[in-house]
Design a protein around this ligand. Sequence first.
Ligand code: HEC
Ligand code: HEC
Length: 279
Amino acid sequence: MTLKRILAVGAMFALAGVALAQTAQAPAATPTAPAATATAPAAVPAPGAEVTATPEAAVAVAAALPADGPAGPGDAKAGEGKAAACAACHSADGNSADPQYPKLAGQHERYIARQLALYKSGERDNAIMLGFAATLSSQDMRDIGAYFAQQVVTPGVADESLIAEGPNAGRKFYAVGEKLYRSGDAARGIPACAACHGPTGSGVPGPTWPALHAQHAQYTAVQLRAFRDGAVWGKDANASAIMAGVARNLTDEEIDSLASYVQGLHNVIDAPPAKTAAR
Ligand code: HEC
Ligand code: HEC
């Protein structure tokens, strides 16, 4: 793969600032996949075989979680009860029925805990989630995260209808996003999404690299537009500006196509039989 590509991915890491600079010192915590996929897609770990849990101490962003911490690993059983308040929107098993609410099933425990901490502190701005996160302790956040992490995400489907007009006319709707997801566009400084989120969208366990697979396209598109507008989750040393850099040059068509592609992504190992599988 080209030097340009490597530089583009490198630039994304530079943008990530402190959080990434610190994880870079701890190779086990860094998804070494980014560099690897960018240069040699064959080096991407097989789906399901992807990466082990991130060592707790090695991840910089975890440091900024709420003052009542540090919390220990989540207890899924305790989390099940604590998650009852979330069911109205996210469903009891984390597979929300309404596409404006993200699926939490199969999401990584520490990613969920970090987002709840960011909502509580207002560093991720959302009035609804501020209300629900406000009463949670950091241990509650880990427990709830552990509960949803154990749930199995229901598969989604990518939109295969043909694009009617424009330069991509005649291609399947998700195809524009598929190409970006796998290869990025080095000329425009867009890194391959797979480099960080994995070839099947399973992310990396830990606070920083969310699973995307089977997520509702509507929710994903809203987040990508917010990132394109410069949204950064977290403040100061806790800030993660990666996605603002990634999304900066995405067009509307690319965002909607990426969101559709991601909705149809699944881990091959978890996937239902081929005839019902989302592409
Ligand atoms: C009234 C509906 C509602 C309820 C109830 C609710 N949420 Fe949410 N949740 C949302 C919405 C809307 C978003 C997307 C917010 C945004 O755009 O940042 C969200 C986002 C999230 C996210 C971020 C997901 C991601 O992929 O980044 C997490 C984690 C989360 N909610 C957890 C919870 C938990 C835990 C509870 C219960 C304690 C809960 N929610 C209750 C509506 C709700
Ligand atoms: C260099 C690593 C990296 C690359 C490349 C990358 N992402 Fe991300 N992505 C992240 C991180 C880190 C987060 C979590 C955001 C945070 O903590 O601020 C994230 C979050 C997201 C989210 C929000 C997930 C949720 O549940 O709310 C979406 C959607 C997303 N990325 C899509 C993409 C797409 C699409 C691409 C390719 C165009 C991409 N990402 C490329 C690192 C990356």
